[in-house]
Design a protein around this ligand. Sequence first.
Ligand code: ZN
Length: 148
Amino acid sequence: MTCRDWEERIAAAARDDAPDGTLYQHLAYCPHCLQFARQMAAVAAALASWEVPAPDESAAEAARAALAERLAAIRKSSPGRAERRPVFRILDQPAAIAVAGAAAMAAGAVVAPGWVRWALVCWAALAALVVSVVLLHSGRGGTTEGEY
Ligand SMILES: [Zn+2]
């Protein structure tokens, strides 16, 4: 049994106030554990006499009101999505970004060499497959209990 094991028994004895004889035998010859036992006794005594201060309701209410006021100020200063200009609302739509990217890719494919066109066709087919799988999966209704 190591001193670490003895420390756990010392801590348990400080909580339960029921040390056994073997613990006293170890404390008789181990200065490290004896010091730990003294510290645990001091902590246990301090915890026993500790009283939780009563919460100050008026301070909590003032903090809550100040927080609500700050949140209201933040909401007023930052415009919501509906209040932004149409250009930024379009950028919120991932499909609009994808369409713009596809148009750019098509324009590049016109001037690209043949093998690049084939690579683009393969990439587009794979992307369409992935998009259809994602759309099929997200189109499902909500799960019922027990279904994943
Ligand atoms: Zn020890």
